[in-house]
Design a protein around this ligand. Structure first.
Ligand SMILES: Cc1cc2nc3c(=O)[nH]c(=O)nc-3n(C[C@H](O)[C@H](O)[C@H](O)COP(=O)(O)O)c2cc1C
Length: 254
């Protein structure tokens, strides 16, 4: 027996109305939540910048803590500050995908496996009067499964590591994902990047000796992620990355 409520037309109408109501709810939620999402994304990035420099305090507001940070743009090739662009609005990751704002990397140069590099980098400084206390640099490169995005923080001497942290990657938890392990991250603090003007900072398979000023333990069971981290550091600290900028700072040219 079939009542009139079970006609094909009514079933289709109910399904369509339900779809429409649901899609309106989902779209409205997406639109309403977008500003909150943007605020949270910004706060999350600021937290990662502070954390890389070892300055993040979870008991204080991120925005308040970030007051001490100055956001600057740097021309990667010349290592000079870019003054005629709005640093706050610049999106380096978007620029790395825009052929007018990036450059293609050749096979030999592209040890971080990123294919294209934004010509302008967004960096962060913590200053005390004229003195630079911390330099926080964005870094990224390919691990085993994913591109790892993070920050490398240096002391004002532009050579001593203040800290390192990745805020985005898809390496395996417990293996490559150990890049997030606080004990491993703690090893970076105090290491030196350059020896005789060449990048000496590296990951050491099997473990670095504690007296090694340039070596950090490779991740056990994750040689490929470790190699990725080693390569991306070498790339970003080299002439293709931030070396021209760091040299300019060291020599007081900027
Ligand atoms: C499911 C699965 C996930 C893995 N994830 C990672 C990873 O995230 N990073 C990594 O370097 N190796 C990972 N490996 C291991 C690599 O295949 C490779 O064996 C390892 O990098 C070698 O490191 P070892 O020489 O330190 O043992 C994974 C292996 C399996 C089976």
């Amino acid at each position: 027996m079939s009542s009139s409520n079970e006609s094909t037309q009514k079933t289709v109408t109910v399904a369509l109305v339900l779809c429409l109501v649901c899609s309106i709810i989902v779209s409205a939620a997406a639109v309403i939540l977008r500003p909150a999402q943007a605020v949270n994304e910004k706060a999350n990035m600021q937290m990662n910048i502070l954390a890389a420099a070892g300055l993040y305090d979870p008991n204080q507001s991120i925005a308040d803590q970030f007051q001490i940070v100055t956001t600057r743009l740097v021309n990667i090739e010349t290592g000079e500050f870019v003054e005629d662009m709005d640093a706050e609005r610049y999106n380096q990751r978007r620029a790395a995908k825009d052929p007018s704002m990036n450059r293609e990397l050749s096979g030999d140069e592209d040890i971080a496996s990123i294919k294209r590099q934004a010509k302008i980098a967004k960096i962060y400084l913590i200053e005390n009067g004229e003195q630079i206390e911390k330099i926080i640099l964005p870094i990224h490169g390919y691990g085993l499964w994913s591109t790892l995005y993070g920050f490398m923080a240096l002391e004002g001497d532009a050579n001593t590591v203040a800290g390192l942290g990745f805020y985005e990657h898809a390496e395996t938890p417990g293996l490559g994902g150990e890049v997030d392990n606080p004990n491993w991250k703690a090893q970076w603090t105090g290491k030196q990047v350059y020896k005789d003007d060449a990048v000496a900072l590296r990951l050491v398979k099997g473990g670095a000796s504690r007296s090694d000023m340039y070596g950090v333990d490779g991740l056990s069971g994750a040689t490929l992620t470790s190699r990725g981290v080693d390569n991306l550091l070498k790339f970003w600290m080299s002439d293709s990355g931030f070396k021209p900028f760091l040299d300019n700072l060291k020599q007081g040219r900027i």
